[in-house]
Design a protein around this ligand. Structure first.
Ligand code: ZN
Length: 243
């Protein structure tokens, strides 16, 4: 069993075992708890094994801190405001965001991280315990939204913070644009760098023609209407002479 290095701290934020003081925070004094069962955890900081958290003896909880890793991954992106994004199968680009928000609600779904760079929008999912459901991918596809999924390698659940940080932000091998079928792939190749905001619509040629016709016809109709009604009524056959 891998050692557990993440827990929820007294301030409800994720805490890595390396952040604890070996003297002050050992045992139950760490004030950390399990985000799954809510029970207090013991910080083993000075034993023969590498430092780790553990449940108390009577616990049946099997959590290894996956939820804390998931939460930490979201915080890492929000704080860094940048991410390596796949552009093609073998080319990635580091994008620096100008806006980032965790737990973003869109069209009835909750996205782990929403970010923007200029007109590009990014909807990012973190696969820590569960892969993103196909229903969610299909639902958001209807609105022109595609998801970028970053998978946290379970082997790194017990890694140090900096290793996890690099894995979340810059590992090119653990992220992909989600697709549920070929149709989705075809549609979403519109923009490899995210979902663009709607562009201002250019003026349609129909509008230009319509405005031109109206500009020519309006004075002609006015001139005809301002002629004496007797002329209009008796010379209806030759009304064009007044145009
Ligand atoms: Zn637990």
């Amino acid at each position: 069993m891998r050692r557990r290095v993440w827990a929820t701290g007294p301030d409800d934020q994720p805490v890595h075992i390396d952040q604890l003081d070996p003297i002050k925070d050992k045992g139950l004094d760490c004030g950390c708890k399990c985000e799954d069962c809510g029970k207090q955890l013991i910080a083993y900081l000075n034993g023969s094994k590498e430092p780790h958290f553990g449940h108390q003896r009577d616990s049946t909880c099997t959590s290894k801190g996956e939820k804390s890793v998931h939460l930490m991954a979201k915080q890492i992106i929000c704080e860094a405001k940048q991410l390596k994004i796949p552009v093609t199968d073998d080319f990635h680009q580091i994008v620096t965001f100008d806006y980032v928000e965790a737990e973003y609600a869109v069209h009835g779904k909750r996205i782990d991280v929403f970010a923007t760079q200029g007109r590009n929008r990014y909807f990012i999912e973190i696969w820590c315990e569960h892969k993103t459901e196909d229903d969610k991918i299909r639902h958001l596809k209807q609105y022109g939204i595609r998801l970028l999924e970053i998978r946290i390698d379970p082997k790194l659940y017990d890694a140090d913070f900096e290793t996890l940080r690099r894995h979340v932000l810059f590992d090119p091998g653990n992220r992909e644009w989600l697709e549920v079928d070929q149709e989705f792939k075809d549609v979403e190749q519109l923009d490899c760098q995210g979902t663009s905001l709607p562009s201002p619509q250019p003026i349609s040629w129909k509008w230009i023609v319509g405005i031109g016709v109206a500009a020519i016809a309006a004075p002609m109709v006015c001139r005809w209407l301002t002629k004496p009604s007797s002329i209009r009524s008796y010379n209806r056959q030759s009304w064009l002479q007044f145009l």
